[in-house]
Every structure is written in C-alpha cells, then in structure tokens.
Ligand binder design. Structure first.
Ligand code: FMN
Length: 368
C-alpha cells in the first residue's frame, strides 16, 4: 500500500510531497472566452496547500473544443497571464500544479461554440439527451488538433505549470477516437483497436516531443482515461487494459483513471475477481504511478484506494470541505465536513453550474 505522507518522484524528476491529489473539476467560473477570473483564483487558493498534486479543471485547446461556458481556455497566448496567476495560486506550500487539456469533440453543442457544428471522429451523435450530430473531422483538422495540443503544452509551460494532463476520459475527443461508438472511420484514424489508438498515440507523442524539445526540467505529462464505456458498441475493460499497457510504454509520468467509485467492478464476466482499479494497477505493474479517484470520503476509503494506486485524488470531498486533505494529514478526521448546504455553497465558492452537477452526481451529500 502507498503511504499517504510519503513523497513521490515522477519519471521526469518532479517530486510531490505526499500521495494526495485534487482531480480536475471544472469550476464553471472562467470568463465567456476561457480567461481565468478572480473568483476562480480564490476557489483554487482555498483548496490548495495540503495536497501534493492539484490538477485544474479542463482547459480547451481550441475554440470548437470548448465543452461548457465558464471553462478554462488555453487556445491562445492571451490566456498565459491568467493561467500564470492560476498556477502560482495553486503552487502554495509546495503543492504542484497540473493543467488538464482537452478538446470536447461531440460532447459540446453549437450554442457553446458560437453556432458552429461540433466535430468528432465520425458523424454519430453521443448517447445523451439533446446531443447534436457532429461533423466528421478531416485529416487536416485532425493534424491541426494535434498541433494545438502541442501549443497548449507550450502555454502551460510558459504559464509556470508543473505539468499537463491529457484528458482522454469521460467521452471527450481523445476518448471518442478510441471508442467504436464515436469512431466509425475506415481510414488510418479508425477501424481496428490499433487504428482507434492512433490519434491518442499521435497526441501523446507530440506532447512528449514538445516537452523534451523545450527541455523544461521536471515538467510532467499525465494521461487520464476511462476504463470502460456503457454504449453499444463500446469498449470494455479488456480493451482499456490494452490501452493502459500501450500508454505505460510511453515516456509519461502518470496514468489517471476516471471512476465514479474507486472500488467499482466491471460487468465483463472474465474480470470479476478484482476492482477495475486493481486490474489497471496490475497492468501498469510499477512502470509509472497510477492516480485513483471516485467517492473517497474518509480515511478508510483513502487507504483502500491507495492499496491499488500510488496517488489518490479527492474530488467532491474537497469541494465540500476545502481542508479535507489538511485534516487527514493532521489526523483531525472527526472535523471533516461531509455534506453541503446552500449557504456553504457560496462561502466555498461553488458556482451554480458546479452545484447543479453535484445535485446530479452526489445528491446524498447535499442538505437542502
Ligand atoms: C464539478 C465537477 C467537475 C468536474 N470536471 C472535470 C474535468 O474538468 N475533467 C475531468 O477529467 N473530470 C472532471 N470531473 C470528474 C472528477 O475529476 C472526478 O473524477 C469525479 O468527481 C469523481 O471523484 P470524486 O467522487 O472524488 O468527486 C468533475 C467532477 C465534478 C464533481
């Protein structure tokens, strides 16, 4: 088991002071174009300092990749000053700051991206209410997106972040290329499992090359993925373990699973012995650290998650109690606040959009 207070050194040399992280959570507080706001700085400042690693809410790498209004932007140099303020706000008391970057693909809508039709690997709508039919990306557009991942990485470096995390989870563009539901292409970007991995590999290699070329000491690269999807067709745990093995061979610094509950099992009959987290951890087999996540509410959950991961990320619990990690580290567990009421919401800088999301995901933690 990983020890909560033990420092960890990533492959590229960056050291974090303990095994606690805050996972990416979109604040819905940025300006309409993605510029960092003062409220956002206050929100992050309130939650930083105790954890070893703080991953920001996602930032879009190009305009038509924006998933929601109020999301961070990193598609232009104009964002660097704001992002720089954000990085330094997070980097208090030794906490390291990672910028999560993505393109939403078909998981956005024309209202959010200035009237444009969303783009995706194929012209197939997502299985969610109100989903629009996206336009299939051309080869040139795919190359442009890869370039924009590189540019976003350069901006993260210039803004003073300690790393970037590629958001390949939760049905966004990187995930969409791997999914047989959203990727029905028959060219080099789709078809077999290998071909559905091609875009991911190109983006990962491009970002690695960018960081290596810029020779920034200690700048880390992480990759987040979902271990399965529920759509039909959809990829299962077996295919994602194949992906994990491929990614573990890359010069990445960590892998980050996306789970709603850290000990969740999959429904594939041959993978019933352990949790998805344990299967992924065994597949990585020490090649790089794994970040676990999903409904960690107390020390028992934390220790159980750290049985099968090197770092544990605390999402909603850090929204509800910004000092969750500090209290765990100080053994003041009984003082942890575990539910949120409407008055706390404003004091804790939780935006209406975030609150609405919590009403959907963790209704039992909200007191009306
Ligand atoms: C308000 C909110 C916003 C989120 N935004 C993102 C995001 O930008 N990127 C991402 O990868 N996951 C996002 N997530 C998922 C979290 O990173 C995390 O995986 C999830 O909340 C489960 O962990 P928890 O139970 O500790 O909250 C978000 C979750 C919440 C609650």
């Amino acid at each position: 088991m990983s020890n909560i207070t033990e420092p960890l050194t990533f492959n590229r040399g960056l050291e974090i002071k303990n095994r606690l992280a805050i996972p990416p959570m979109t604040t819905r507080m940025s300006y309409y174009d993605g510029t960092v706001t003062g409220d956002e700085i206050a929100y992050y400042g309130m939650r930083t300092g105790a954890v070893g690693l703080f991953i920001t809410g996602v930032a879009n790498i190009q305009k038509n990749g924006m998933g929601w209004t109020g999301e961070l932007g990193v598609y232009d140099d104009k964002f660097i000053p704001g992002l720089s303020r954000l990085a330094s706000a997070i980097k208090r008391d030794g906490t390291k700051a990672v910028l999560q970057i993505f393109h939403a693909g078909r998981m956005t809508d024309s209202k959010t991206i200035e009237g444009e039709q969303p783009v995706a690997p194929s012209a197939v709508a997502a299985e969610k209410e109100g989903a629009e039919i996206p336009r299939e990306l051309t080869n040139e557009e795919i190359e442009e997106i890869i370039e924009n991942f590189k540019q976003a990485t350069i901006r993260a470096i210039k803004a003073g972040f300690d790393g970037v995390e590629l958001h390949g989870a939760n049905h966004y563009l990187l995930h969409q290329f791997f999914s047989p539901h959203s990727n029905r292409r028959n060219d080099k970007w789709g078809g077999s499992l290998e071909k559905r991995y091609h875009f991911i590999e190109r983006v990962v290699d491009a970002v690695i090359e960018t960081v290596d070329t810029m020779k920034v000491p200690d700048f880390i690269i992480g990759y987040r993925f979902s271990p399965r999807e529920e759509t039909d067709p959809g990829y299962n745990l077996k295919e994602s373990l194949w992906l994990v093995d491929k990614l573990a061979q890359k010069k990445l610094d960590y892998l980050h699973i996306s789970l709603t509950r850290y000990d969740r099992k999959t429904n594939v009959p041959e993978y019933q012995e352990k949790s998805m987290l344990a299967y992924v951890h065994d597949t990585i087999n020490g090649r790089m650290p794994l970040i676990s996540v999903g409904d960690i509410r107390d020390r028992a959950d934390l220790e159980a998650a750290l049985e099968h991961s090197e770092i544990a990320a605390i999402g909603c619990s850090s929204l509800i109690d910004p000092n969750w990690s500090a209290k765990i580290l100080a053994h003041r567990d009984s003082e942890i606040r575990s539910t949120l009421n409407l008055q706390d919401k404003d004091i804790l800088m939780i935006a209406n959009g975030t609150y609405a999301f919590m009403e959907m995901k963790v209704p039992d933690r909200l007191v009306k």
